[in-house]
Design a protein around this ligand. Structure first.
Ligand SMILES: *[C@@H]1O[C@H](CO)[C@@H](O)[C@H](O)[C@H]1NC(C)=O
Ligand SMILES: *[C@@H]1O[C@H](CO)[C@@H](O)[C@H](O)[C@H]1NC(C)=O
Ligand SMILES: *[C@@H]1O[C@H](CO)[C@@H](O)[C@H](O)[C@H]1NC(C)=O
Ligand SMILES: *[C@@H]1O[C@H](CO)[C@@H](O)[C@H](O)[C@H]1NC(C)=O
Ligand SMILES: *[C@@H]1O[C@H](CO)[C@@H](O)[C@H](O)[C@H]1NC(C)=O
Ligand SMILES: *[C@@H]1O[C@H](CO)[C@@H](O)[C@H](O)[C@H]1NC(C)=O
Ligand SMILES: *[C@@H]1O[C@H](CO)[C@@H](O)[C@H](O)[C@H]1NC(C)=O
Ligand SMILES: *[C@@H]1O[C@H](CO)[C@@H](O)[C@H](O)[C@H]1NC(C)=O
Ligand SMILES: *[C@@H]1O[C@H](CO)[C@@H](O)[C@H](O)[C@H]1NC(C)=O
Ligand SMILES: *[C@@H]1O[C@H](CO)[C@@H](O)[C@H](O)[C@H]1NC(C)=O
Ligand SMILES: *[C@@H]1O[C@H](CO)[C@@H](O)[C@H](O)[C@H]1NC(C)=O
Ligand SMILES: CC(=O)N[C@H]1CO[C@H](CO)[C@@H](O)[C@@H]1O
Length: 752
C-alpha cells in the first residue's frame, strides 16, 4: 500500500515523489493522548489533516454487553469516520484486548497523503489519512465495520444497533498482496471513498478474508491506515485560537489548549469529540461568550469563525439559528431519504429556540464592545454568505444579522404590548418539539412548553444587544430598533420572572425535602435543618407534563440572567432574585443545589408531583447531575452581580442611560453576604472538582462512610425509566469546558 511505505522513507526521498508529496507543514503536528479507560483517545493534527482515534478495550470490571474491543477513527472534515468492532476468535467475551502502540509507523499515529487514486470524475481531492499500529492480544475477528459518516456510526453505537444495507453492502473487502486486507466504500456522492487497510507488522501476523468477507487476525501487531478523499478543514493551531496575551496558556495548560485547537477551524468551532465532532450553534456561542477573554480576535480568528459559522447557517426565511448541521455522506443519505433527491447539500436542524438569542448577544460583545471587533465590523458584515448552503448565497452577513434580529423583534413584540404580559405571549417551544433549549433530553424541562432561560434571560439580553447593534448602525433600515428593542427589553426583564417564581413556605419546604429524600432512598442527611425561611426558586418551564402549570424543579438556570444581564428594573425583584440564587447554592442537596461533586443542575425535591422525582434522577442527562459550563457561567454571573456593588466612578455600574446605579441588594447585609458566601462556596466546589471539569456532565453517589458525595460517571448510573439505553454516555465526550473555568478565574477581590 503506497500510503504506508512513504512513511518509512527519509524526508529527502519523500520530496522526490513530486505529486504524491503532502504539502509540507511548517510546524510539527500537534498530538494529544487522553486515556479514559476503557477508552483511549489520541488526537493528531498536522497542517493537512486532523483526526481523532479512539480505542476501546474491555477492563476487568467492564460490563461486557456494553464494552467490546473497538477502533474508531473520526475526522472533523465531512463529519467522517471509520468504526470497527472486534471479537475474540475463541468466542470468550472479554478475552481480547486491543491497543494502539508506538512503532516505526508513528508515536503512535502519523498522517498519510496520497494523490494517486484521487481522480474520480473531475474531483482531484487527494486522500488524507492516518496510520498506526494496533495490537491484538489474541486472535480476533472484525465483526462490524462502518465506513463513512460519524452520524452513521452513532446510529449504530447509540441507536438500536442500526446498520443500513445501502451503506453496509457498499463495503468492498479484498485481500492485499502484502498479506493484508482492505475495506473500501464509495460514498453516496459517487466521488468520495473511505479506505481502511490492515497489514501484518511482521511475518508472524496474518489477516485472512473468509468467503463471507469477514477479516480474521492472528495475535500480534498490524499496521492500520484509514483515508478518504474529502476536502479538509483548516485547523486553528493553539497559537491561532488564542489571543496573543493568552498564549502562555499553551505552556500552562497544553492539554486543554491542544483540545481547544482540535475543535477549532477557520470556518467553525466544533463540539463533542468524537461522537459529534461538528457544528453546534448553542455550544459554540456559549463557548465563545465564556472563552471570549482568550479567544483570538480579528480576521481569521476564533471569534469570527464562531459568528460566521452561525450566520452562514441561518434559515433565511424565518431567521432561526441552526442547532446542528448535517454534512458529508449523511447529508447525501438524508436528502435521498427525505426528498428522493440526489444532493450533497448540507442540512440544518432548526428545532432549538434558544440558539437564536445568543447570536446578537455575541455579535454585540465582539463587534461593539471589543476594540478589535469594532474595527472589523464593516468588512465582516460585507462578507457574502453561501459557503455553507447555496440557499443563502447572494445574502451578506449584514442581511443575515438583520434577518435573525427581525425574528427576535417579532417574537418579543406581543408580550411587550400594553397590558399584554400574559403567559400566552411568552416564547414557546416550536410546535411538535419537546425540546428547545440546552436541557434537550426527553425530561430535560419536564415536558414544559415555555422555558425559563429563554424567556427571563436570553430574550431580554438579546433585545439589549439588538438595541446596541442598532445604535451602532448594524441595521440598514431599522434605526428605530435602537429605542424599540430597549423598550421591549425592559418589559421582558421586569415582567417575566413572576410567571416562573415558586415560593414554598418554610414548613412545607421541610416536609417536601424530607419526603423526597425518602422517596429516592437518599442515605445522607436530608438537610432540612438548613431551611431557615420560605424557599424561593424559579420553575424550569411552564405548562409541563401532567397538566403542571409550572415545572417545579429547582435549577441552575438563574446563571443566564446573572451572566447576560444587569437588570435595572425593580430593585425589590433584583434583591429577591439574587438572594434566592445564593440561598439555593448555599444549601446542600437535597435542600439545595450544592454537593461535594459540584452544583446539580436540577433538584426536584420541591415539586409536589411525584413525576419530578422519578424523571429528574442522578442517572438522567439533565437530572440531579453536574454540568461543567453552568458552574463557570454561574461563577462569572455572580461575580458580575457582586461587581455592581464595588464600582462607583468607572464606566461599569452604569445603567443603559449612563446613570450610576448601585443596586439596593448591595446595601442589604444579609443578601450581600449570602451572594458572597454562595460565590465562594461555588468556587470551593469548582476547585475541589478540577478532575471532573473537562467532562460535559457527571453524576454522584453518596458515600455514607465518609459522608460525602463522590463524583461518578453518568454512564454507570441507571437511566430513568422510559429513556432507553444511555450507552452513548459511556463514550468519551471531550469538550473544552475546563478552559471556561480557567478563564473565569476566581476573583480574589470577592473572596472573603
Ligand atoms: C509513545 O510515543 C509518545 C510520543 O513520543 C510518548 O509520549 C509515549 O510515552 C510513547 N508511549 C509508550 C507506551 O512508550
Ligand atoms: C467534468 O467537468 C466538465 C467541465 O466542467 C463537465 O462538462 C463534465 O460533465 C464533468 N464530468 C464529470 C464526470 O463530472
Ligand atoms: C452512483 O453510482 C451508482 C452505481 O453506478 C448509480 O446507480 C447511482 O445512480 C449513482 N448516483 C449518483 C448520485 O450519481
Ligand atoms: C463468516 O466467516 C467467519 C470465519 O469463517 C465466521 O467466524 C463467521 O461466523 C461468519 N459470519 C457470518 C455472518 O456468517
Ligand atoms: C426555514 O423556515 C421556514 C419557515 O419556518 C420553513 O418552512 C423551512 O422549512 C425552513 N428551512 C429549512 C431549510 O429548514
Ligand atoms: C438570490 O438569488 C436567487 C436566485 O439567483 C434569487 O431568486 C433571489 O431573489 C436572490 N435573493 C436576493 C436577496 O437577492
Ligand atoms: C397583545 O397580544 C395579543 C395576543 O395575545 C396580540 O393579538 C396583540 O397584537 C398584542 N398587542 C400588541 C401591542 O402587540
Ligand atoms: C430529616 O433529618 C432530620 C434531622 O436532620 C430528622 O430529624 C428527620 O427525621 C429526617 N427526615 C426523615 C424523613 O428522615
Ligand atoms: C390534563 O388535562 C386534560 C384536559 O383538562 C385532561 O383531559 C387530562 O386528563 C389531564 N391529564 C392529567 C394527567 O391530569
Ligand atoms: C434573603 O434570604 C435569607 C435566607 O433565607 C432571608 O432570611 C432573608 O430574609 C432574605 N432577604 C430578602 C431581602 O429576601
Ligand atoms: C454588567 O455590569 C458589569 C459591571 O459590574 C460589567 O462588567 C458587565 O459588562 C455588565 N454586563 C452586561 C451584560 O451589561
Ligand atoms: C477508485 C480508483 O481509482 N481506484 C484505483 C486505485 O488504484 C488501483 C491500482 O493501483 C486500482 O486498482 C483502483 O481501481
Amino acid at each position: 500500500m503506497f500510503t504506508m511505505w512513504w512513511h518509512l522513507l527519509p524526508l529527502s526521498a519523500l520530496t522526490a515523489l513530486g505529486a504524491a508529496t503532502a504539502p509540507s507543514c511548517s510546524s510539527a503536528p500537534t498530538t494529544l493522548h487522553l486515556p479514559d479507560a476503557p477508552y483511549d483517545n489520541f488526537f493528531y493534527s498536522g497542517c493537512n489533516t486532523a483526526v481523532q482515534v479512539v480505542v476501546t478495550t474491555p477492563q476487568p470490571d467492564s460490563n461486557l454487553s456494553l464494552i467490546s474491543p473497538r477502533l474508531v477513527i473520526a475526522w472533523p472534515a465531512g463529519n467522517s469516520g471509520v468504526c470497527t468492532y472486534f471479537a475474540p476468535q475463541n468466542g470468550v467475551n472479554g478475552s481480547l484486548s486491543i491497543e494502539v502502540v508506538n512503532s516505526t509507523i508513528g508515536n503512535p499515529l502519523s498522517a498519510t497523503y496520497d494523490e494517486r487514486n484521487s481522480t474520480s470524475g473531475n474531483d482531484t481531492t487527494p486522500f488524507y489519512g492516518v496510520t498506526g499500529t494496533i495490537r491484538f492480544s489474541s486472535s480476533a475477528i472484525l465483526t462490524v465495520p462502518i465506513l463513512g459518516s460519524i452520524r452513521t456510526i452513532r446510529d449504530f453505537v447509540e441507536g438500536p444497533s442500526l446498520l443500513r444495507p445501502q451503506i453496509q453492502d457498499a463495503i468492498n473487502v479484498s485481500s492485499l498482496s502484502n498479506g493484508g486486507a482492505s475495506l473500501k466504500r464509495i460514498w453516496l456522492d459517487n466521488v468520495t471513498s473511505t479506505h481502511l487497510t490492515f497489514t501484518p507488522a511482521s511475518s508472524k501476523g496474518s489477516v485472512t478474508v473468509s468467503k463471507n468477507n469477514t477479516l480474521t487476525f492472528g495475535t500480534g501487531d498490524y499496521i492500520f491506515t484509514a483515508e478518504f478523499n474529502y476536502p479538509q478543514l483548516k485547523q486553528l493551531s493553539p497559537a491561532q485560537v488564542l489571543t496573543n496575551s493568552s498564549t502562555d496558556l499553551m505552556q500552562r495548560d497544553s492539554e486543554r489548549t491542544s483540545a481547544l485547537s482540535f475543535l477549532s477551524y477557520s470556518t467553525k468551532l466544533l463540539a463533542g469529540a468524537w461522537r459529534f465532532l461538528t457544528y453546534f450553534g448553542r455550544d459554540s456561542m456559549i463557548s465563545a461568550l465564556l472563552l471570549e477573554p482568550i479567544l483570538s480576535k480579528g480576521e481569521n480568528g476564533a471569534m469570527e469563525a464562531v459568528i460566521a459559522a452561525v450566520l452562514e447557517r441561518i434559515n433565511r426565511t424565518d431567521g432561526s439559528v441552526c442547532h446542528e448541521e448535517t454534512i458529508g455522506d449523511y447529508a447525501t443519505w438524508l436528502n435521498e431519504q427525505q426528498y428522493g433527491l440526489y444532493s450533497t447539500e448540507a442540512q440544518c436542524d432548526y428545532k432549538m429556540i434558544d440558539s437564536d438569542y445568543y447570536l446578537p448577544i455575541l455579535m454585540n460583545k465582539y463587534f461593539v464592545e471589543d476594540p478589535i471587533g469594532r474595527t472589523r465590523a464593516a468588512s465582516f458584515l460585507n462578507t457574502s454568505a453561501g459557503a455553507f448552503t447555496t440557499l443563502n448565497s447572494n445574502l451578506t452577513y449584514r442581511q443575515m444579522v438583520a434577518i435573525n434580529a427581525e425574528r427576535i423583534m417579532n417574537l418579543a413584540a406581543r408580550f411587550a404590548g400594553h397590558k399584554n404580559q400574559t403567559k400566552e405571549n411568552l416564547v414557546h417551544l416550536k410546535d411538535g418539539q419537546i425540546v428547545g433549549e440546552w436541557r434537550d433530553s426527553t425530561y430535560g424541562i419536564g415536558g414544559g412548553r415555555i422555558p425559563y432561560d429563554v424567556n427571563t434571560a436570553l430574550m431580554p439580553a438579546a433585545l439589549r444587544a439588538i438595541a446596541s447593534l442598532a445604535r451602532n448602525n448594524f441595521f440598514m433600515n431599522q434605526e428605530h430598533w435602537a429605542k424599540l428593542a430597549d423598550r421591549y427589553a425592559q418589559v421582558w426583564e421586569d415582567e417575566t420572572l413572576q410567571f416562573f417564581r415558586v415560593t414554598v413556605p418554610e414548613s412545607e419546604a421541610k416536609q417536601l425535602v424530607s419526603s423526597y429524600a425518602q422517596t429516592i432512598g437518599f442515605s445522607g442527611p436530608n438537610q432540612t435543618d438548613t431551611i431557615d425561611g420560605d424557599v424561593m426558586y424559579h420553575a424550569l418551564a411552564l405548562d409541563g407534563n401532567s397538566n403542571q402549570t409550572q415545572v417545579q424543579v429547582m435549577n441552575t438556570d438563574d446563571c443566564f440572567r446573572h451572566f447576560l444581564l444587569n437588570t435595572t428594573g425593580s430593585q425589590d425583584q433584583l434583591t429577591a432574585f439574587v438572594n434566592q440564587t445564593a440561598n439555593n447554592i448555599r444549601r446542600t442537596f437535597p435542600a439545595g443545589l450544592l454537593t461535594d461533586a459540584g452544583m446539580v443542575v436540577a433538584n426536584p425535591a420541591y415539586g409536589q408531583n411525584p413525576v419530578y422525582a422519578s424523571n429528574f434522577t442522578s442517572g438522567a442527562y439533565h437530572g440531579t447531575v453536574i454540568w461543567s459550563w453552568p458552574l463557570a457561567m454561574m461563577a462569572k454571573g455572580l461575580e458580575q452581580q457582586l461587581g455592581r456593588c464595588e464600582v462607583v466612578n468607572s464606566s461599569v455600574g452604569h445603567d443603559h442611560h449612563g446613570h450610576t446605579k448601585i443596586p439596593d441588594f448591595c446595601k442589604d447585609g444579609t443578601v450581600y453576604g449570602n451572594v458572597k458566601a454562595a460565590y465562594n462556596i461555588l468556587w470551593d466546589s469548582i476547585e475541589a472538582n478540577q478532575a471532573q471539569l473537562s467532562q460535559e456532565v457527571w453524576s454522584w453517589v453518596y458515600d455514607n462512610n465518609n459522608e460525602t458525595f463522590v463524583p461518578t460517571p453518568l454512564g454507570v448510573m441507571p437511566p430513568p425509566p422510559g429513556t432507553g439505553s444511555q450507552t452513548g454516555m459511556l463514550i468519551f465526550v471531550f469538550l473544552t469546558y475546563s478552559l471556561f473555568i480557567l478563564v473565569t478565574n476566581r476573583s480574589r477581590a470577592v473572596r472573603i
